[in-house]
Design a protein around this ligand. Structure first.
Ligand code: NAD
Length: 470
């Protein structure tokens, strides 16, 4: 694979130092990425700051450039997808979908209206509300969906007239660096800058005086550090953080109908999805049947290198995450959990773990209380649905949740009592669309991304007012 470079001020930016990138399907280093120095951060933020002056002025040019960027992303689809699979581990078909969704986000936001709202126009005077861009946006992303999560930030930020410096996770820097290369000839210099490097690069960016907004997706722990870094300068923040997303399954479900969907919602991207089902509360009358059905699916799923035809799940992305999932499952077993499927790593090179279904486990055990972010799902028995709701809500997190029942009206009633930014009915994490706000309650984040709500988060309001219409 070719050596990818950073994009600063519309040009390639090499570095003296590079760092290793591991293919999680082999556990071996397969590429290197540039390691930005403090001077590179300075150069990237300055380039973005300079580009802001003209980029913010011409809405029509922005829309046109964003459509051209979407076309360029589509045209580079195979190259970007191959990089994603190599560095992230996901099957190639999923990687291709991720690239397509990145282009979709650009097109949707290019066409999204940001109207001036006239609030008063009468004898008492005139007032209208504008949405002005903020300036330089720092976009910091995790390793599970490197491209789409970057685009959740880049697309609305650019549409609103901001300029951007993106910093991907050091586990998955390559597809984002390649995105910068693909867009170099398409966007004006400095509008989109891509830098990479091991931590603490992110904190150099969040601390920079010219950055006016930080849009961060990652763990709750890091999100709190980002919020603290933003505070002295009152930088605006959007934080998309962790989740411990519950699915509540009522006694009236038809297991044959829901099991496959429930499994997919927990194990997509190998469970490394902020909004994946992380714990299932199943009514005692159907719990064993559900566990058997989920376990049968878990045993039948093809887990392999993402480049292998037919692979449904790939490896876990990195060694620390594999170790975390392993220790959470081992701990649950020591505490009496029964392994209905999986329960251990796969004996081959790379970070492969068997899709795991645990039962006879309950709240108070780490795999139920914490975010596992991997291919292991605890199924918890309950007798009373109000108790299940209380246990589901008894968490610092509040990202997504779901309720599963033949009675959709009853499911919707229960949904209203769940502390989560999105509750799906008979499906989980259903609403991930460019026009729908996505964000978490409590420790799962601050603010939302996507739709006009997400776009507004890349703006400041400005009122223009006077005795008569200008
Ligand atoms: P992480 O918090 O370890 O890292 C996220 C990013 O922050 C990386 O780019 C990292 O290099 C950077 N970073 C680290 N320290 C920093 C600092 N002090 N200042 C600024 N940046 C810093 O998260 P991760 O392990 O890459 O991702 C997994 C987590 O992301 C999970 O908790 C998951 O739930 C969460 N996530 C949330 C959403 C959402 O939309 N809510 C989506 C995807 C993932």
């Amino acid at each position: 694979m070719s050596e990818h470079t950073m994009t600063i001020g519309g040009a390639r930016a090499g570095t003296a130092r590079r760092f290793d990138v591991v293919n999680p399907a082999t556990g071996s280093v397969f590429a290197t990425a540039p390691a930005a120095a403090p001077d590179d951060v300075e150069a990237a933020v300055s380039a973005a700051h300079q580009a802001f002056a003209s980029w913010k002025r011409d809405e029509g040019a922005r829309r046109k450039a964003m459509h051209a960027a979407a076309d360029a992303v589509d045209a580079a689809g195979p190259e970007l997808a191959a990089l994603l699979t190599a560095e992230q581990g996901k099957p190639l078909t999923d990687a291709a979908t991720e690239v397509q969704r990145s282009a979709l986000w650009l097109r949707y936001h290019a066409d999204l209206e940001l109207p001036v709202e006239v609030v008063r126009d009468d004898a008492t005077g005139y007032a209208e509300v504008h949405r002005r861009p903020l300036g330089v946006v720092a976009a910091i992303t995790p390793w599970n969906f490197p491209l789409t999560l970057a685009m959740w930030k880049i697309a609305p930020a650019l549409r609103a007239g901001n300029t951007v410096v993106v910093k991907p996770s050091p586990f998955t820097p390559l597809a984002t660096l390649a995105l910068g290369e693909v867009l170099r000839p398409v966007l004006p210099p400095g509008v989109l800058n891509v830098i990479a490097g091991p931590d603490p690069l992110g904190s150099l960016l969040t601390g920079h005086r010219l950055v006016r907004k930080i849009s961060f997706t990652g763990s709750t722990e890091t999100g709190k550090r980002v919020a603290a870094a933003a505070a002295p300068d009152l930088k605006r923040v959007t934080l998309e953080l962790g989740g411990n997303d519950p699915a509540i399954v009522l006694p009236d479900v038809e297991i044959g109908t829901i099991a496959q969907r429930l499994f997919a919602s927990a194990f997509m991207n190998n469970g490394q999805v902020c909004l994946a089902v992380k714990r299932v509360y199943a009514h005692a009358s159907i719990c064993d049947e559900l566990v058997d059905a989920l376990a049968a699916i878990a045993r039948s799923v093809k887990v392999d290198d993402g480049t292998v035809e037919g692979a449904v799940l790939g490896p876990i992305n990195n060694r620390p995450q594999l170790d975390r999932v392993t220790s959470l499952v081992d701990d649950a077993i020591v505490r009496g959990a029964r392994v209905a499927a999986g329960g251990r790593a796969i004996d081959r090179p790379g970070y492969f773990y068997r899709p795991t279904i645990l039962t006879d486990v309950s709240d108070g055990v780490a795999i139920v209380d914490d975010e596992q972010f991997g291919p292991a799902l605890p199924v918890i028995r309950y007798d009373d649905v109000e108790d299940a709701v209380a246990r589901a809500n008894n968490s610092r997190f509040g990202l997504t949740a779901s309720v599963w029942s033949a009675d959709v009206a009853e499911a919707a009633r229960i949904a209203a009592d769940l502390d989560a930014g999105q509750v799906s009915l008979n499906v989980h994490g259903f609403g991930v669309w460019p026009d729908l706000p996505f964000g978490g309650h409590k420790w799962s984040g601050i603010g939302v991304e996507n739709g006009r709500w997400g776009l507004h988060a890349y703006t400041e309001t400005q009122v223009i007012t006077g005795p008569v219409r200008p």
